[in-house]
Structure formats: structure tokens, C-alpha cells
Design a protein around this ligand. Structure first.
Ligand code: ZN
Ligand code: ZN
Length: 170
């Protein structure tokens, strides 16, 4: 289950529901991202790091990114790569019959497991498409505090709008 909010532009009525975190489709999202890492769509370095060891995991959590320079924002998967702190222990757990039944086609790793049992191998830098600045990842808890103060640029017409209050989705 994740959290999200509705973004609606007061001027052009562009509307998008912004889903954050991890939802029901997480295993499919995870597989899609790891496939992209393997086939080189995320760059040569990601291909090299993700294929070198089959325990390398990707962060498939959906996050909110904001450009500190031009206020452009986007919703994207974290895409940083992780590696288990204890390879043997993680491999035994991941390929244990008790966990295999939960897979789709590929063993997936939740962001919570990444935080507790993995270390970050490579940080995926999210760059603003508009101005080339490194975007900031705004945590859901921060968004909760900022949503009544900050205004976000409409992807369609550029008008600044406040966002709605944050609710749950699944
Ligand atoms: Zn920018
Ligand atoms: Zn607009």
C-alpha cells in the first residue's frame, strides 16, 4: 500500500493522481525495472552492475522528485542499485521455497528489505529534463508537511498549483 495525492491545474485542468511508494503491482514493476537494468536501457553502468551478480537488487519504490531550480517535478522509480550485506544469508532466504511462491517470475526485493539488509551500490541521479539540475527526492513525510506551502509547476502549461491532501491507495 502506498500514499498519493491528486494534482489538478487550476488553469488548464491537467490532472494526475500521484502514487507514491509500493502498491499491489510491485512485483511486476520490480521485474520491469530489473529487465531495463539488464538490457542496458538504464545505461551501461547499470547493465554492468546488475548482471555481474544475480543478487544485485534495484529500488523500485515510486518517489516524488522536485527540481530546486525550476520547480519541475516528476514521479519516478528510485532505480538505485543495492547489494546484500550478507550475500549467503540473503541468497538462502530469497531462494527458499517459502519465498519462491511469492514471486512473479523474478525474486523481488522490497524497499524495506533494501534498507535493512542491503547497502547501496550505485545511486541513480534524477536530472531535471527542463534545466539539467539534479532533482531532490521529496519524502512522503516531507510532502505531507509541504503540500499546503509549496506550489508545483503544471507539466502541461507551467502554472503553479498547490497539491491536494495526501491519502492512501493500493
Ligand atoms: Zn529544473
Ligand atoms: Zn496547467
Amino acid at each position: 500500500m502506498g500514499k498519493g495525492f491528486e494534482y489538478t491545474c487550476k488553469k488548464c485542468h491537467y490532472s494526475e493522481y500521484v502514487n507514491l511508494g509500493v502498491g499491489m503491482s510491485f512485483p511486476r514493476v520490480y521485474e520491469y525495472l530489473i529487465d531495463k537494468a539488464h538490457d542496458g536501457s538504464l545505461g551501461f553502468r547499470w547493465q554492468e552492475l546488475s548482471t555481474r551478480c544475480n543478487l544485485t537488487a534495484i529500488n523500485a519504490e515510486r518517489k516524488f522528485y522536485l527540481c530546486p531550480k525550476c520547480s519541475n517535478w516528476k514521479l519516478d522509480y528510485d532505480k538505485s542499485l543495492y547489494h546484500p550485506i550478507d550475500e549467503e544469508k540473503t541468497a538462502a532466504k530469497l531462494y527458499h521455497p517459502d519465498s519462491i511462491w511469492q514471486w512473479n517470475d523474478f525474486p523481488y526485493v522490497s524497499p524495506r528489505t533494501l534498507n535493512s539488509q542491503y547497502h547501496k551500490l550505485a545511486h541513480y541521479a534524477h536530472i531535471c529534463k527542463e534545466c539539467g539540475t539534479a532533482m531532490l527526492c521529496i519524502q512522503e513525510s516531507e510532502l505531507h508537511h509541504l503540500h499546503c506551502k509549496l506550489q508545483f509547476k503544471c507539466p502541461s502549461c507551467g502554472t503553479y498549483n498547490r497539491i491536494g491532501s495526501i491519502g492512501f491507495w493500493d
